[in-house]
Design a binder for this molecule. Sequence first.
Ligand SMILES: Cc1ncc(COP(=O)(O)O)c(C=O)c1O
Length: 404
Amino acid sequence: MIKMNPHFAMLTSSYLFSRIAEKVNEHLKQNPDADIIKLGIGDVTRSLPEVSVKAMKRAADELGTEKAFRGYGPEQGYDFLRKAIAEHDYRGLDIEPDEIFISDGAKCDTGNFLDILAHDISVAVPDPVYPVYVDTNVMAGRATGYHHGRYEGLRYLEGTPDNDFIPTPPSDRVDLIYLCFPNNPTGAVATRDQLQVWVDYALGAGALILFDAAYERFISDRNIPRSIFEIKGAKECAVEFRSFSKTAGFTGTRCAFTVVPKVIRAADDHGKRHSLHALWNRRQSTKFNGVSYPVQRAAEAIYSPEGKREVDERISYYMRNARLIRDAVQRHGYNCWGGRNSPYVWIETGTDSWSFFDRLLYEASVVITPGVGFGRMGEGFIRISAFNSHENVEHALRRIEKAL
Ligand SMILES: Cc1ncc(COP(=O)(O)O)c(C=O)c1O
């Protein structure tokens, strides 16, 4: 019999979403007429921008002609999209188009990036955390055990109300650090000074920061940095992941990108220095064949004036939901984070996460996400997502306010 990768045996099952589904199904069995509203999901609900749909159709038409047909594209992405991103997203930040790698998702890229790093590096992840960072490291064999909701072998950077869910660097050295701002699940955003502390730490420790900026487009406060590359020294120690998923409704269409500065070096066993950019390029050209041409044209279209307008309208739509959620829970005396510059609202429940989940499910037929599913430090919190229609959010909030 074929032998499995033993590291997969170490993974705990994806308990969070299966337990949510079980509880919802049970509730529906007992109350077949319950009109459940889901405020737990991280998927968007608004359509693709019209400019993207048009661009995709035009591109598909091109592919249907002998003259304009294109086969395999560049594994790193088409120049037209890499240039648009450099010009619009990184203007003034000294990022070259060829430092941008187009991909089919920030989720895949954050996981795949581990391919080019040594097995025996020390890894620090936030807690609470987007679970992909943890599970991909477990799959890569960096966990030696699992106790009380944490893997031995990984370092956890604790987010608490005291640090506003923005962990500070550890006192000792780690090699790889995951940061995510605006944060999923807490909605926290880091200031320039807070990010500078991390960059200085990474430069001092010779560490690499993997900076997940999948929710960057939700930042409206001009003082909050949108990119790690706005921080002095970050080009020498950070890789940035971004995505069109939440920005422009590409969760199903799939398009994202990763910025790997050319100056970053990684050492081999003999201390010889190698370009991280060259390693990632080698990895991508071997294991990836690029994002489809129509999808890259659709992504390019959001940088047009009309595209920007459509994206802005969608972001404002979701942020109105976030504001309503924040206002409602604060009116009832709950502490909350996020919901500003971020589509997630993180709420301190005063009870354990699952009891609060049960209360909202049974008394309001509303589904939220228990914070403990994002790590031990998430216990006592819940996440509510702004990705929904205004009608659903208003309706759900009326029910929640009655239940509280
Ligand atoms: C922090 C974070 N990064 C990345 C992703 C996934 O992005 P993509 O759809 O580009 O794979 C998500 C999706 O929920 C996310 O929350």
